[in-house]
Structure formats: structure tokens, C-alpha cells
Design a protein around this ligand. Structure first.
Ligand code: SF4
Length: 417
């Protein structure tokens, strides 16, 4: 048995890097620091799932699976590469190279979660910070349309609510935690203040707060909204963590744009920042790698041999809905369930090559399935935390599985030979 300390977890965008795990003949056993999401995530590697590749549900050799994947991609006129949020920098870079080689569209899971926020950030800019800065300084922490007690169970403990610091020596006692949401969530019950917003009314609330903060009280704000505006103006350091509750709302990018403007305007009174609550482990890394490789964070089309960017035109869900894809390479399958029914219907009618962990591919039936190693368990790598801070991932156990980087680079070689 070998014990590892300071292990990073990629089960959510917090990428906590303080876990303690034992590795024995059963696999990885979390000992300390694993929350209720992390525990089953690590335990999946203890189970004996088949690591044999498959073509149309039949076991095959790795080489046969690679040949079939290359054959399908070679015959494609409109390939799509999608996923990447459970990958690592190396795998994401290899996926971009393959997309470039194939003239494919490459899209990440951001397009079904914080894609509208990315568009808003491109339009408005972002007053930003690291989670370390929040931990040290933020005395007003607002969660808007996010429920981290469920989606990011250690966020409050590690970064946003509980930690004591030089500037907040009493930890939770020195902070005010506010939740703005359409319903009283688990996080709201742990907060100092819960502000209920009617469904679909976030945009209107943001505009009333902007008016109040600009000193224009039109008489249409409630006393609770006035109290909230005062709290925002008078804190020493405030942060809004916003989630899919507003990013995926109707006209989400407009709502997030308003929120980012509100935060920028608050900086006339105090220090204020905004951060997205990213959900999958390395979706921030996928944004970063696509940005530095192509200039764009998601929804990138290489069909004209240079990168073009256009959300809704080149996002996976919309391409599938329009039947503009004839082959799909999934690098991680976890977000397929977020696609619309029409998109999933088309996906089930075209050849799909799926790369993922043996556990994820256990009961799926894609045309070609290639089980791959997991970064931070079987392979070293880098995952970007939700604040875009890169966190190193270590290898904990040996495996015969290839990494997605190896599979993608091998596919790329087959097209350059
Ligand atoms: S909060 Fe997220 S990153 Fe941290 S231990 Fe839990 S699942 Fe892992």
C-alpha cells in the first residue's frame, strides 16, 4: 500500500489539491478530503470494468479500433470533435491538432454550460481574481444562480466562506454569504442572506441594482434590493460567483453581460470581482488550450483550413440538430446528456468514436469505443481550476490504457503519413 498526499481531484471545477489517497491492490482509496462527489469518482477506479476497445459492441484490439476510427474519419465530410473537459492540456492540444488536420469543428462542453458567459466576457470584459484572493480577502461572497453545496461541495470550505486568512482572521465570522436564486437551495440555507428572484427576472434585478449603485433610486426597487445594493457598495472586497442558473437562462449572455457590468461599476465604490462556477473538472483548461491554439475558446471550425469562431453556428448541439455533422469524435462522453433530443437523435444515427474511462464506456454502444487512461489517476497532466489556475495532476497507479493524447496523436499521424 502506498499513501499519496496533496492529490488533486478533477471531479469538479474546484480541483481541490489537498486530498489523501491510498493505493493498494483494490485501486485508489480516498482517505481524507474527498467530498460526496469525489468519493464515488475515485471509487470508480476500484471496479473491474473492461478496458478492451470495441467496434459495434464487439471486442477488438487497440489497433483494430484505431484503424476503424481512422477509416471513419477519413470518409467524413463534416467531422466534429467534442468534449475535452475531462481531458488535460496534452489531450486538448492533440485534439486541436487533429481538428486542424481533418478540417473538423472542435467544440467543448463549455457550449452546453458557460458558453453564454464566455460570449458575455468577450463583449464586456471581466473583473476577475483567483480563488486564493477570494480566500484571503473577500468579506462579501454572493452566489447567484449557483448551488455549490451540491455542485462543488468543498468550495465554501476551501475558498469562499470558511477559511481564516490574514485579512479575515475569523473566517466565516468575518464574511457575509448571500445567495440569489429562484429557490431556497442547500447553499441558501447555509447563507447569511437569501434573496429570492422570480424565475426569468435576474436581468431585471441586475438592472435595478445597477440603478441603485449608480445612485438612481427610481422607486421600483424593494427594500431587500436596497439592502443588497448597500451591502455590495460597503463591503471591503466582494465577489459574485455565478452559475448556470443565469448563464443558461433565456438570453443568458445578456444577463451575464449585465452582471459583469454591475460588478465593473461596483469597483467605483470598492473592490469587486466575478467568477464563473465551472462544473466539469477541466473545462477551463479546454477553454485555455483552444484559446492559445486557435484564438477562440470553443465552437471553432477548421473546414476552411483556418480557425473560425461562431457560437450557435459551430457549437456541437446546434450542428447536430441541423444534421451538419456526419462523424463525431467524443473526447469524454459526460456532457452528451446535455444535448437536446434532436441533437442526441442525430448523434445516434451517425458513426461516433468515443474515448473515455472504462467505467464511462461500460454500458454505452458507440460505433468505436476506446477506453483511455484518466489524468490524475493513471497519467500525469494539468487541469485548470475554475479560476484558470493550472493545477498539476500526478500519476497514482499504473495502467495499460492509452491516454487520450496518445490516441489523438496516433490518429493525427495516420492522416499525415
Ligand atoms: S469539491 Fe470538487 S474538486 Fe473538491 S473534492 Fe469535491 S469533487 Fe473534488
Amino acid at each position: 500500500m502506498q499513501r499519496f498526499t496533496d492529490v488533486a481531484c478533477t471531479a469538479c471545477g474546484c480541483v481541490c489539491d489537498d486530498l489523501v489517497v491510498d493505493v493498494d491492490e483494490h485501486g485508489v482509496v480516498p482517505v481524507a478530503g474527498a467530498c460526496r462527489l469525489a468519493q464515488p469518482w475515485f471509487e470508480q477506479f476500484q471496479k473491474p470494468f473492461s478496458s478492451t476497445p470495441q467496434i459495434k459492441g464487439r471486442n477488438c484490439s487497440h489497433e483494430q479500433a484505431m484503424e476503424e476510427a481512422a477509416r471513419i474519419l477519413r470518409s467524413s465530410h463534416a467531422p466534429l470533435i467534442y468534449g475535452l473537459s475531462q481531458s488535460s492540456t496534452g489531450g486538448q492540444r492533440a485534439a486541436v491538432e487533429l481538428a486542424d488536420q481533418l478540417g473538423a469543428v472542435i467544440d467543448t462542453t463549455a457550449s452546453v454550460c458557460h458558453g453564454p458567459s464566455i460570449v458575455a466576457i468577450q463583449q464586456v470584459g471581466e473583473s476577475t481574481c483567483t480563488l486564493g484572493e477570494i480566500k484571503q480577502r473577500a468579506d462579501l461572497v454572493i452566489f447567484w444562480g449557483a448551488n455549490p453545496a451540491v455542485s462543488h461541495p468543498r468550495h465554501l470550505e476551501r475558498y469562499s466562506a470558511d477559511p481564516a486568512s490574514e485579512f479575515l482572521p475569523n473566517g466565516r465570522g468575518d464574511r457575509t454569504v448571500v445567495v440569489i436564486d429562484v429557490e431556497e437551495t442547500e447553499t441558501a440555507r447555509a447563507a447569511d442572506l437569501f434573496h429570492r428572484v422570480e424565475p426569468g427576472q435576474d436581468f431585471e434585478l441586475i438592472w435595478r441594482l445597477r440603478s441603485l449603485i449608480a445612485g438612481h433610486d427610481n422607486g421600483d426597487a424593494t427594500s431587500a434590493e436596497r439592502q443588497l445594493a448597500e451591502l455590495m457598495k460597503n463591503c471591503r472586497y466582494g465577489v459574485i460567483f455565478f452559475g448556470l442558473g443565469i448563464a443558461q437562462s433565456h438570453l443568458g449572455h445578456g444577463t451575464v453581460s449585465g452582471l459583469l457590468r454591475l460588478v465593473a461599476e461596483l469597483n467605483a465604490h470598492t473592490r469587486f470581482t466575478a467568477r464563473r462556477m465551472r462544473i466539469p473538472g477541466d473545462v477551463s483548461g479546454a477553454d485555455s488550450v483552444l484559446c492559445w491554439q486557435t484564438g477562440y475558446p470553443f465552437a471553432v471550425d477548421f473546414s476552411r483550413k483556418y480557425p473560425r469562431y461562431n457560437p450557435d453556428e459551430f457549437t456541437a448541439n446546434e450542428l447536430l440538430e441541423r444534421h451538419d455533422v456526419d462523424v463525431c469524435l467524443l473526447v469524454g462522453i459526460e456532457s452528451v446528456s446535455e444535448f437536446s433530443d434532436d441533437a442526441r437523435d442525430w448523434l445516434s444515427s451517425i458513426p461516433v468514436i468515443a474515448l473515455d474511462t472504462p467505467a464511462a464506456l461500460w454500458d454505452t454502444q458507440y460505433h468505436v469505443q476506446i477506453p483511455t487512461a484518466t489524468y490524475g489517476i493513471h497519467e500525469p497532466g494539468t487541469a485548470y481550476r475554475m479560476d484558470e489556475t493550472p493545477i498539476p495532476l500526478r500519476k497514482l497507479v499504473d495502467t495499460t490504457l492509452p491516454s487520450d493524447e496518445q490516441v489523438l496523436a496516433d490518429l493525427c499521424r495516420r492522416f499525415t503519413l
